[in-house]
Design a protein around this ligand. Structure first.
Ligand SMILES: CC(C)(COP(=O)(O)OP(=O)(O)OC[C@H]1O[C@@H](n2cnc3c(N)ncnc32)[C@H](O)[C@@H]1OP(=O)(O)O)[C@@H](O)C(=O)NCCC(=O)NCCS
Length: 169
């Protein structure tokens, strides 16, 4: 399995087909999915995983599986090429199983992904698309040094566009 990043408490690695059971548990969880149109069933999780594999091929990055150093999977964090207002934008995305919230794991994983975006890919900025009601996610974005720049429609829903520029850090 291809490890991408190791942090103090976490490892981020490429998803593999056998991660489907964990992914299906994550994406069917009502609390985790409360700001998405709806929780996904197993077929939906399978489509999500296939899209992730496609993104690895096309973009070289996507969601990565986040696990504790003992191998326990806790969520997915990554860099996604998203079409926003007709332009392809680099988004840092994060989603943890609710059992692992409020321990700093999302911020820790997202910081590793942000360092990759700025130091290796030399991207000028990264964004996060966040629903106005999603306070937990906004706090992660603020801890990453992002600020809300504007709002937009994404996937048919209003989203705030948080952004941090490489030179701002
Ligand atoms: C968004 C999401 C990942 C945020 O998770 P989170 O647990 O709030 O964020 P972190 O893992 O960075 O944890 C930060 C919290 O842990 C606390 N914390 C506890 N121990 C810590 C430690 N050792 N180090 C750092 N922070 C720690 C921080 O003080 C902070 O507290 P707060 O929740 O009161 O702000 C989570 O809510 C989620 O998965 N939601 C569902 C999916 C989703 O909406 N994704 C975003 C779409 S835009």
């Amino acid at each position: 399995m291809s490890t991408r990043f190791v942090t103090d408490r976490l490892r981020l690695r490429d998803f593999v087909a056998s991660d489907i059971d964990f992914l299906a548990r994550l994406l069917s969880h009502p609390q985790v999915m409360q700001h998405y149109p709806e929780p996904l069933d197993r077929d939906g999780a399978e489509r999500w995983l296939q899209k992730t594999f496609m993104r690895y091929e096309c973009d070289g990055h996507a969601f990565w599986l986040v696990e504790l150093h003992d191998g326990t999977p806790i969520g997915q964090v990554g860099l996604l090429s998203q079409e926003v207002d007709g332009q392809i934008e680099p988004e840092i995305g994060y989603m943890l199983h609710a059992d692992f919230w409020h321990q700093g794991y999302a911020t820790e994983a997202a910081l590793a992904v942000m360092a990759y975006a700025f130091d290796e890919l030399q991207l000028p900025y990264v964004i996060s698309l966040i629903r106005p009601v999603n306070q937990n996610s906004q706090r992660v974005a603020l801890r990453l040094g992002m600020e809300s720049r504007r709002t937009t429609q994404f996937a048919g829903l209003e989203h705030m566009v948080f952004q941090v520029d490489r030179r701002a850090l």
